[in-house]
Write a protein that binds this ligand. Structure first.
Ligand SMILES: [Zn+2]
Length: 414
């Protein structure tokens, strides 16, 4: 049998398998059960979070032959005994469920040809004629107008399902005639859980921390995470290593992120330059590296505040030993400052022509800001009479604090 990519092979077949969108699938199932169906739906949200998948499932539910009326539990086509309608919809060849991409059919003539021409003709075999329009925001103004007329007076056995990643570009006149659902990006742990299930079923050897790295690379998109997993599988021979993930996806592995944190902790400027040079020379995604570093800093803070066993720790790069060793080098204030500064760098890198230089300076800033003492600590030391000592900036600040206090003191005397 020909190799089937993971995203296609493991596409959800029943509502329960759509990960991270439980509120939506439950509402739709209830609507089917209680016969409260709309004639038009808009599914909005980021890419790869289950919009088109849900539309197909809803189409299956509407037309499933197993029941007399729409079936909230349509056939699982990966199993024997599925009805012909469900099988055809899953394979994208149903006569009554038409799926098309608005990005490549924006013109009004095409909308007329594909949708409006035959809209009053009854479905060929099934209960409903379903039109699934992907990236609906790409339609031209005249196409939207043509569609609007149909939505105003919808034929009885027609259902529209429109998916968009850019909800704000869909005219309000269209939206007001549809039932809207907003799909959320999928939590990391849920993407990881799905990848784990797939890896086990496919007998792919991969350790949890590596799989977590792949799950994270999807940035909230199940489809992206699954196709990245595909890419890593084709790249690796035998067991999947962290290094393979780094090379196959062009992202920095855990080891580089840890080295960077250690260099920041040790105030090793030179090594930070070397790390960035290494990433840039091997064509790694610098934005991804910066984000990963940010997640680790956040996790170090969680570790300090909530302890090592906290379920809130998300990083795939840091294990318990790393956490303890690196966290001991930073104060909580350090970590908050570093996080804020790095967040700023990440935003600026997105629109920069030379993100490499911004990253270099951004990392140096993290080292430098650690040299500044925490002003609250200084005041405490001053008040308790402990002499402040150490770096020059610390001394300057304590001098300032001393003169401010002296000034306040002399005011009191007056
Ligand atoms: Zn069926």
């Amino acid at each position: 049998m020909a190799y089937q990519v993971i995203a296609r092979k493991w596409r959800p077949q029943i509502f329960e398998e759509v990960i991270g969108q439980e509120a939506i699938t439950r509402t739709l199932r209830n609507a089917i059960e209680h016969d409260r169906l709309h004639h038009a739906y808009v599914f909005s949200g980021a890419r790869g979070v289950g919009k088109t998948t849900t539309a197909r499932l809803l189409a299956k539910a509407l037309n499933c032959h197993k029941t007399e009326s729409p079936n909230p539990k349509p056939c699982d086509t990966s199993k024997e005994g599925a009805c012909p309608s469900c099988v055809e919809i899953s394979e994208g060849r149903s006569l009554d469920v038409l799926e098309f991409d608005a990005a490549s059919h924006t013109k009004v003539e095409e909308i007329r040809d594909i949708i409006l021409e035959g809209i009053n003709i009854n479905p060929a075999r099934d209960r409903f004629k379903v039109f699934i329009i992907d990236e609906v925001h790409m339609l031209s103004k005249s196409s939207f107008n043509a569609l609007l007329k149909t939505l105003e007076e919808p034929p009885e056995r027609v259902v529209f399902m429109m998916a968009t990643t850019e909800h704000h570009k869909v005219p309000v006149t269209i939206l007001s005639r549809c039932q809207e659902f907003e799909f959320h990006t999928i939590p990391l742990k849920e993407i990881f859980g799905r990848l784990r299930m797939i890896a086990d079923a496919e007998k792919i050897e991969v350790e949890d921390h590596i799989l977590l790295e792949i799950a994270r690379s999807g940035e909230g998109s199940m489809r992206d995470a699954q196709s990245n997993f595909d890419q890593v599988i084709s790249f690796s021979e035998g067991a999947i290593t962290s290094e393979n993930v780094g090379i196959a996806l062009g992202i920095a592995g855990a080891e580089v992120v840890i080295r960077a944190l250690e260099a920041i902790g040790a105030k090793d400027h030179k090594h930070l330059f070397e790390i960035v040079a290494g990433l840039a020379d091997s064509g790694h995604d610098l934005g991804h590296f910066s984000n990963n570093l940010m997640i680790c800093i956040r996790d170090l803070l969680v570790y300090k505040l909530a302890g090592e066993k906290s379920v809130l720790i998300e990083s795939s790069s840091l294990d318990e030993a790393n956490l303890e060793q690196i966290a001991s080098r930073f104060s909580e204030t350090d970590l908050i400052r570093c996080f804020n500064s790095l967040a700023e760098t990440s935003v600026r890198m997105r629109s920069a022509n030379e993100p490499r230089y911004l990253l270099e300076i951004g990392l140096l800033k993290l080292v430098e800001m650690r040299s500044l003492a925490n002003i609250e600590d200084l005041i405490k030391r001053f008040e308790s009479g402990i002499p402040t000592h150490g770096e020059s900036q610390v001394q300057e600040q304590s001098d300032d604090t001393a003169s401010m206090a002296a000034a306040a003191d002399s005011k009191k005397k007056l």
